[in-house]
Design a protein. Sequence first.
Length: 135
Amino acid sequence: GVAAACLVGVKFGLHYLVAGMIANCALITAPALLFIRQRIGLSPWRYCRPCVFPACASLFMVAMIWLVEKFFTSGAPTPLSLACKVATGAAAYVGFLFVFKRNAVHQVIDTIRHSFRSRSETAPAGAAGAAMTDS
């Protein structure tokens, strides 16, 4: 499937390559979901449910980037146009999740905060010293 999509892309251009890759994914996904049901008994809906909001946020992001490209960045220098699209995409994605899945955004923020804390703040008392003396 990927090879055919690449050949079509070489012959007809980038848009057809992307369309071919999307079609390839769609053709591969349906049997894969059925396989999950047969092998482990997990329903395809339960498997895909965590992806619904991120997928919707992605579609919203694409729509916002398309609108920015269509109405605001025509004639703008390429670096400025790219910066506008990246900022719009990021704001659209996070904004969508903030409106519809606020808890997920808070979890990501907490994870980021936790990753930037110093080692002594995150380790239980005595754990950092014990780890060094065990070796």
